[in-house]
Design a protein around this ligand. Structure first.
Ligand SMILES: Nc1ncnc2c1ncn2[C@@H]1O[C@H](COP(=O)(O)OP(=O)(O)OP(=O)(O)O)[C@@H](O)[C@H]1O
Length: 407
């Protein structure tokens, strides 16, 4: 079958699936050459069905999708069996959770045991999947073909846990201990024991930094080995940015504390052994050292092009696009790999626009122009996701959205 005949067949009228407002086109894979497939996949509004049946495959032509829709390269995203991390970020309320959850569902339906992580204090993951996913542990998500688990980390709780661990035996605990020994002066002189202070008045983003490091801690355990795709529904733009620069800062703080510990260790070892505190102090040092290592891993992970991709989600408004442009620029500065931009909530094509829709559409077209002319955003692969007329909630809705976005 020639490539253009596939396209013309797809273009001609075929049955419409009323549930999904999409057109299904079935074909026998044996008749399709790689060229035909490539051409068909590049065809506007055409997507490759998630169903991977051996003898029959189907194309889905989404009538709701915008005509200039770009291809997100899902085949590339799904192909490697190596573990990959996807982080979705953007301004509040643009649809990060929906897009992230739809990606996680799509991975799980395409053979990848997937973990969906949220460190967002608002925790919309449970709402998105219409399932209680709270509790800070792995919860299985019902629906997909392959395992999909969710993990909601409460950032404030994570900070409290860390605070308890460091304050009891380390952090300002060191100072208390040294004070108790009449050696507080040494600590004062060596100075810079800022962790307690840091945790009392945390700078914005610290909670997320600790929450992500907690996720890393989980990921180190054997129970998590099965996951080949990890999808993060990240915090809103400002927080994400701060979080990206924080590991350096925290690494430095913890590094200082560890150095300080080494310096005071010799001065206090005799006293410590008398009071039997040697082990406790060692435990605290180990904990701090582990946290520092994890922070370094988080920072490296965010910057590793081979394993990580940051996807920016936006909506077609001037404000959201301006913010996305700033986000893209700061991600680049941090060497965070970002290739794709999802423009969510595009009005679907319509033959009969009301005045309101016509105005809105004009605005959205202007916003798309703005992206095309933006130095930061124009180089990204743009994926237009339509505003759908149902709430994106629960597994079937997420699968539906995923099949539109991730092609
Ligand atoms: N393409 C879409 N079509 C229709 N509704 C959508 C679409 N994308 C998102 N929504 C809806 O918009 C609302 C906000 O979406 P979502 O929670 O995914 O955004 P968010 O960016 O994660 O928000 P927050 O920053 O508050 O966590 C939800 O009610 C969701 O169902």
């Amino acid at each position: 079958m020639a490539a253009n005949s596939v396209v013309s067949t797809i273009s001609s009228s075929v049955p419409r699936n009323s549930m999904t407002n999409s057109i299904l086109f079935s074909y026998s894979p044996t008749k399709l050459t790689p060229n035909v497939l490539r051409l068909a996949k590049g065809f506007p509004s055409l997507s490759f069905s998630a169903a991977r049946k051996p003898l029959r495959k189907s194309f889905r032509v989404n009538s709701v999708a915008a005509p200039e829709e770009a291809v997100s390269g899902f085949d590339e995203m799904v192909s490697s069996t190596r573990r990959k991390y996807y982080m979705l970020g953007g301004k509040g309320g643009v649809g990060k959770t929906s897009c992230a959850a739809s990606l996680a569902v799509k991975f799980a339906n395409n053979g990848h045991p997937t973990l969906m992580v949220s460190t967002d204090p608002a925790h919309s993951l449970s709402d998105s999947f219409a399932q209680d996913l709270t509790g800070g542990t792995l919860v299985p998500v019902e629906g997909p073909d392959y395992p999909l688990f969710a993990l909601e980390i409460n950032p404030e709780k994570a900070r409290e846990e860390f605070r308890n661990a460091t304050q009891k035996n380390g952090g300002s605990g060191v100072k208390d201990f040294m004070d108790g020994m009449g050696l507080g002066m040494i600590v004062e002189q060596l100075g810079e024991l800022k962790l307690g202070e840091l945790l009392d008045t945390p700078p914005p983003g610290l909670d997320e930094a600790i929450a992500i490091s907690k996720v890393m801690q989980f990921l180190e355990s054997q129970k998590y080995n099965m996951f080949t795709r990890i999808v993060f529904d990240t915090a809103p733009t400002g927080h994400t940015l701060r979080l990206l620069s924080l590991p350096d800062f925290l690494d430095a703080s913890i590094g200082k504390i560890l150095k300080l510990r080494q310096k005071i260790a010799s001065a206090t070892s005799a006293i410590k052994s008398v009071f039997g505190q040697e082990t406790t102090q060692q435990d605290a040092t180990d904990k701090l050292e582990k946290l520092r290592e994890r922070m370094v891993k988080v920072r490296e992970l965010f910057r590793d092009t081979d394993s990580t991709e940051f996807v920016i989600v936006t909506i077609p408004t001037v404000m959201a696009i301006s913010e996305s442009s700033r986000l893209s620029s700061s991600l680049k500065k941090e060497n965070v790999p970002v290739k794709k931009l999802i423009v969510n909530q595009m009005l679907p094509p319509s033959a009969s626009d009301c005045k309101f829709c016509a105005m809105k559409r004009k605005d959205q077209m202007r916003a798309l122009d703005m992206i095309q002319n933006d130095l930061e955003l124009s180089s990204l692969v743009m994926i237009q996701a339509p505003l759908v007329d149902v709430e994106i909630r629960g597994f079937p809705a997420l699968r539906f959205l995923g099949d539109i976005i991730w092609k």
